[in-house]
Structure formats: structure tokens, C-alpha cells
Write a protein that binds this ligand. Structure first.
Ligand code: SAH
Length: 214
């Protein structure tokens, strides 16, 4: 017998595959890490729909297939040190934590960081360091990073973050105006410089300067 929860999970996994998430490791982790705990309140019932959903501070938890595509593009490796700018609910960081050695994640809203940390603790995830900061300048103390992911849209890949990417490293970033359709860009750092690849159209909240009010 297939119960309703199994059926929801099957549809969730089907949506990921049909939108182009092919990487077996990414699919395995997304099957394992429950999205519902990252969405408090009313909307948690809709956690297995392939939809962005509202979280506090006027922000959104990304659409699962976009989380899958971004994680796949980042091609995370087990020994990698990763920086995520835009903790939000913590869901993307939790996915990355299962595929890498350590994830540093920052958000400009302290409330979101606090709530995300509580979920990491509940889930027994110990390799995420989350704190409140304006991530557009990166994290000088921990740089350089093997992988950098931004989950808020920038007008261009921020210079300080490009500088904190190791040679051989990968950055995934939504680029464009916040009120328009943006492009997801994969930046690879080589010995010679940076290679840019445009992946797909996306829509993210803007990367803002400074700290949020709560
Ligand atoms: N990755 C999240 C979704 C993030 S939504 C998840 O899995 O749920 C984008 C987040 O980026 C918001 O929480 C917003 O507060 C944050 N943000 C925007 N500009 C920022 C900045 N300069 N530094 C850090 N966080 C920022």
C-alpha cells in the first residue's frame, strides 16, 4: 500500500527529475532531507509541491527543482568548503551539508538564521556554520571557498565573492534585476580567469546591502 505521504514524496521526486535534476547524489539527498521542517506554519502542508513558498521576513524558500538544479550545477565534492549567501529557511544549506565537508551560510535577517539553526539542530546536522551577516562581501576569515552559491539575485556576480573562490572552484548565482526574470549563471574559476555559463531563467529576491531589521 502506498500512503499519502509516500505518494507526495514520489511526486516531489518526479518533479525534480522532469525539470532536469539528474545527479544521483543530489536526488538521493533531496529524497532524504525533508523540506517541511524548513517551512513553518500553514504552508508546510505544501512542502512537497514544486513551488517557492513564503517564509518570515518577506523572503521565500526556493522552488525544490531550482534547489536541485543549483546544487547539481555547483557539483559539490565531499571535501569541499562551501559558502552560501542567503540562508533563508536553511533548506539549501541542509542539502549541501550532506554533499560537502562544511557549509558556511549567512543571511542579513537574524531571525531567519536563528530559525534555520534550530532546524539543523533538530535534524542533527553539525557541519553547517550559520550566522547573520551581509554576504555580498563574502567571508574573508573563511576564504577561499571551493564552492559559492548565492540564493539572492545580484546585478553582477559580486567581485568580493569571485575573489574568494578557489582556482578550480565553482560559483552559482542568479544574475539580473530583482523585478525581472534573471539568469542562473555558473562561474568556473580557472588559472586564466573566469568562465561563465548561462543555465536557465530564474526568479529570486534581490541581494540587498546591510542587515535586515529582524
Ligand atoms: N536559500 C534559501 C532561500 C533564500 S531567499 C532557502 O533554501 O530557503 C534569499 C535570502 O537571501 C533571504 O533570506 C534574504 O534575507 C537573503 N539575502 C539577501 N541579501 C543578502 C545579503 N547581502 N547577505 C546575506 N543574505 C542576503
Amino acid at each position: 500500500m502506498i500512503n499519502a505521504a509516500d505518494e507526495q514524496k514520489m511526486q516531489f521526486m518526479f518533479a525534480l527529475r522532469s525539470k532536469g535534476v539528474m545527479d544521483k547524489r543530489v536526488l538521493e539527498v533531496m529524497e532524504k532531507i525533508d523540506r517541511a521542517p524548513f517551512i513553518r506554519g500553514l504552508f508546510s502542508e505544501r512542502a512537497y509541491e514544486d513551488m517557492p513558498l513564503p517564509i518570515p521576513c518577506g523572503q521565500t524558500i526556493s522552488q525544490p527543482s531550482i534547489v536541485g538544479l543549483m546544487t547539481q550545477a555547483l557539483n559539490p565534492q565531499p571535501r569541499d568548503k562551501v559558502l552560501e549567501v542567503g540562508t533563508g529557511s536553511g533548506y539549501q544549506a541542509a542539502i549541501l551539508s550532506q554533499l560537502t565537508r562544511r557549509v558556511y551560510t549567512v543571511d542579513r535577517h537574524s531571525r531567519l538564521v536563528k530559525e534555520a539553526k534550530a532546524v539543523f539542530d533538530e535534524m542533527g546536522i553539525v557541519n553547517i556554520t550559520a550566522f547573520t551577516a551581509d554576504g555580498s562581501h563574502g567571508l574573508t576569515d573563511q576564504a577561499p571557498f571551493d564552492r559559492i552559491i548565492l540564493t539572492a539575485a545580484a546585478e553582477d556576480p559580486p567581485g568580493p565573492l569571485l575573489a574568494q573562490l578557489k582556482i578550480g572552484g565553482i560559483m552559482v548565482v542568479p544574475v539580473g534585476q530583482s523585478d525581472a526574470v534573471q539568469s542562473l549563471i555558473k562561474v568556473s574559476r580557472t588559472e586564466q580567469g573566469f568562465d561563465y555559463e548561462e543555465l536557465c531563467p530564474v526568479r529570486f529576491v534581490p541581494l540587498l546591502e546591510g542587515l535586515g531589521q529582524e
